[in-house]
Write a protein that binds this ligand. Structure first.
Ligand code: AMP
Length: 419
């Protein structure tokens, strides 16, 4: 016990959970690299204005959930609540858009939102994210969706659904927004929701309360009110997903919690998660770069929640192979043997063979138990007599077979056996 514990809404990631977590990070990294994405890492805190401007002042994320604090020089800083605004900020700051477009970047890290903690919702959570910046090609929207689907599938997930919608653009959304406001103003809604109609009417569509949903049955839908360009874009995305046999649900009331989205938006939901069912989401944000003072850079991206993805995996009984901690475990009997075994495991590691050993002069029984617990395939058992003969005992921990191997042949022998 310590006097302290992890702050509310945060948790320590311990083995084996942390091992699985790390595997997921590696898997997404390899997958995204193969699709032409390069890794980017931005600071964990940013100028508060970036999120106010980028994510939108009226969103819950900005108005209620940010960890904002002044630094010692009085600057207002905020722990990042999401990834996209900072990635676009970084692209613009370093003029990456001068390179071949789209600039494809991926990232992984902790994000922070002051929310009420519950299952699947924490105040520090981790996301893997990917952004394709500088393309208006609807094929890129489809590529992004396909990559997220591939990622989930590679983790063994089956029971997730893709919800799809278009939010229109600055040409068609204002007229739709006004139409929706007219419809909503005539409903029987509480004060808070009435206020929301004036600030962010699309969010009302997302209200989960049954008494609100019941009144929204005949609400005008954005997909019936798209301009021709947006309708064509949306139709392309849908038909290309059909071609790829990626199932989706048209979800015309889907909106996202961040203001920057236009046209394609999507969310991945998993039915084994209860209330917090979204395991990831994203969409197009064609106006964000300009909003942050840069040139026009139509873009699309997503972020997937790792914590919720891991709950979904558990729900589906999916485990990923995290591998044994080591392949070879050294057991030394006596001081001279300790030095020799340590030299051997160092050599093995240099030869890319995962190796570990018993420390603190453990006796044979305790050391062999540690070898078993380590998950290693082989134990290197070395006593004084072995040393005198210039050999080690190589014990196969699965079969129990033991053979003597010359000291200078240990690395090569193990390389061959572990192939
Ligand atoms: P968003 O951009 O807000 O849709 O977030 C993308 C994904 O991050 C969501 O689909 C969740 O999987 C995850 N996420 C967002 N907020 C939290 C949170 N407070 N705790 C855990 N995961 C979260």
């Amino acid at each position: 016990m310590s006097t302290f514990s992890a702050p509310k809404g945060t948790f320590d990631m311990l083995p084996p959970y942390s091992e699985t977590f790390n595997r997921i990070r590696i898997q997404f990294g390899l997958e995204l690299r193969d699709a032409g994405f390069q890794y980017i890492e931005t600071p964990v805190f940013e100028d508060t204005g970036l999120f106010v401007r980028g994510v939108g002042e009226s969103t819950d994320v900005v108005s209620k959930e940010m960890y904002t604090f002044p630094d010692r020089a009085g600057r207002s800083l905020t722990l990042r609540p999401e990834g996209t605004a900072a990635v676009v900020r970084s692209v613009l700051q370093h003029n990456l858009q001068a390179q071949r477009l789209p600039v494809k970047l991926w990232y992984f890290g902790p994000y922070f939102r002051y929310e009420t903690p519950q299952a699947g919702r924490t105040r520090q959570f981790h996301q893997v994210g990917a952004e394709a910046i500088g393309s208006q090609d609807p094929l890129v929207d489809v590529e992004m969706i396909a990559l997220a689907v591939e990622g989930f599938q590679k983790l063994g997930l089956r029971n997730f659904r893709l919800q799809l919608n278009s939010l229109g653009c600055k040409e068609c959304r204002p007229a739709y927004r006004a139409k929706l406001q007219d419809f909503l103003r005539a409903l029987d809604l509480d004060e808070d929701t009435r206020r929301r109609i004036e600030i962010n009417p699309l969010r009302v569509l997302d209200d989960k309360r049954p008494e609100v949903q019941a009144q929204l049955t005949d609400a005008p839908l954005i997909t019936d009110n798209l301009c021709e360009a947006c309708a064509t874009h949306h139709e392309f995305v849908r038909s290309m997903l059909d071609d790829l046999k990626i199932a989706y649900e048209d979800t015309p009331k889907l909106v996202r919690g961040l203001d920057y989205y236009v046209r394609t938006i999507f969310e991945f939901v998993h039915d084994g998660l209860g209330a917090q069912s979204a395991i990831g989401g994203g969409g197009r944000y064609d106006g964000l770069a300009q909003e942050l003072g840069g040139p026009e850079l139509p873009s699309v991206g997503w972020a997937l929640g790792i914590g919720r993805t891991m709950i979904a995996m558990e729900d589906e009984g999916q485990e990923i192979e995290t591998g044994a901690d080591c392949d070879v475990y050294g057991v030394a009997l006596g001081e001279a043997a300790r030095r020799e075994v340590f030299k051997l495991i160092t050599e093995l590691r240099l030869a890319d063979i995962p190796a570990d050993m018993a420390f603190d002069g453990k006796k044979l029984k305790g050391a062999m138990k540690a070898a078993d617990q380590s998950g290693a395939r082989y134990a290197l058992v070395v006593g004084e007599r072995d040393l005198a003969e210039g050999v080690v005992q190589l014990k196969d921990l699965t079969t129990g077979d033991q053979t003597a191997v010359a000291l200078d042949a240990v690395v090569d022998t193990l390389k061959e056996k572990l192939q």
